[in-house]
Design a protein around this ligand. Structure first.
Ligand code: PGA
Length: 255
């Protein structure tokens, strides 16, 4: 049975003190909950990973980062490697978020190298894919997402693809307040699972968690999470307020 995951992507937000407070509130809010086959992942900025991982030791959540370098340890000024984040207790790495693709020119080739670095260091990649608005309007969204998967992920062998989490995040729904309808999201998730199945077989495809991201909030989380191919969410804005994030975690727990 595949794992259900709610991951909070804090992006470049919060001072140390605020981050500490938010982690504390979320950790206490989910303490003693029985997350059988469900996982909560907090992805604060790099700087707070270690602090978050220290909390995670005592509570039932995991820590992720929002990016990793495609390079190994060495002379890469300003970069943070997979080895480093793993060494402070991080377990997940978001790779290929649309903001990284757009603002930092991360290509499919770079992203596949980041996926490799994550897997080599025992981090679970949360590999993001999703189309821009003009692509959806031009009805090319399946083609574009199919290519992102083919180029960024489908070079992996069966064993490695089973260690990956996919996140579908339509770019037009990120931070805009506009969410894909549950039907639109389900349709794309089913497409992604079919692509996985065509390449790796039905059994593997049925084990890969596929998260939805893009303006998920307490009011729409439940209707998204009950879709058969939606295995949780990657939450941006709503992960910055403990009350909202905890309600979204509950919505995953509702089913
Ligand atoms: P949002 O962001 O929930 O604020 O739309 C999602 C994401 O970018 O991961």
């Amino acid at each position: 049975m595949r794992t259900k995951i709610i991951a909070g992507n804090w992006k470049m937000n919060k001072t140390f003190e605020e981050a500490n407070g938010l982690i504390n509130e979320i950790a206490k809010g989910i303490a003693n909950k029985d997350f059988n086959n469900k996982e909560v992942v907090l992805c604060p900025p790099f700087l707070y990973s270690e602090m978050a991982a220290d909390f995670a030791d005592d509570y039932n959540f995991s820590v992720g980062v929002q990016n990793i370098s495609q390079y190994p340890l060495g002379a890469y000024t300003g970069e943070i490697s997979a080895e480093m984040v793993r060494s402070v207790g991080v377990q997940y790495a978001i790779i290929g978020h649309s903001e990284r693709r757009s603002y930092f020119n991360e290509t499919d080739d770079i992203l596949s190298r980041k996926v490799d670095k994550a897997l080599e260091n025992d981090l679970t990649p949360i590999f993001c894919c999703g189309e821009h608005l003009d692509v959806r309007k031009g009805e090319k969204h399946f083609k574009v997402v199919g290519e992102q998967l083919a180029e960024g992920l489908f070079y992996l062998d069966k064993e490695d693809i089973s260690r990956v989490v996919v996140a579908y995040e339509p770019v037009w729904a990120i931070g805009t307040g506009e969410t894909a309808t549950p039907e639109q999201a389900q349709e794309m998730h089913e497409f992604i699972r079919n692509q996985l199945s065509n390449k790796y077989g039905k059994n593997i495809a049925s084990e890969v968690s596929i998260l939805y991201g893009g303006s998920v909030k307490p009011s729409n989380a439940h209707e998204l999470f009950i879709q058969p191919d939606i295995d949780g969410g990657l939450i941006g804005g709503a992960s910055l307020k403990s009350k909202d994030f905890l309600q979204i975690v509950e919505a995953m727990n509702d089913e």
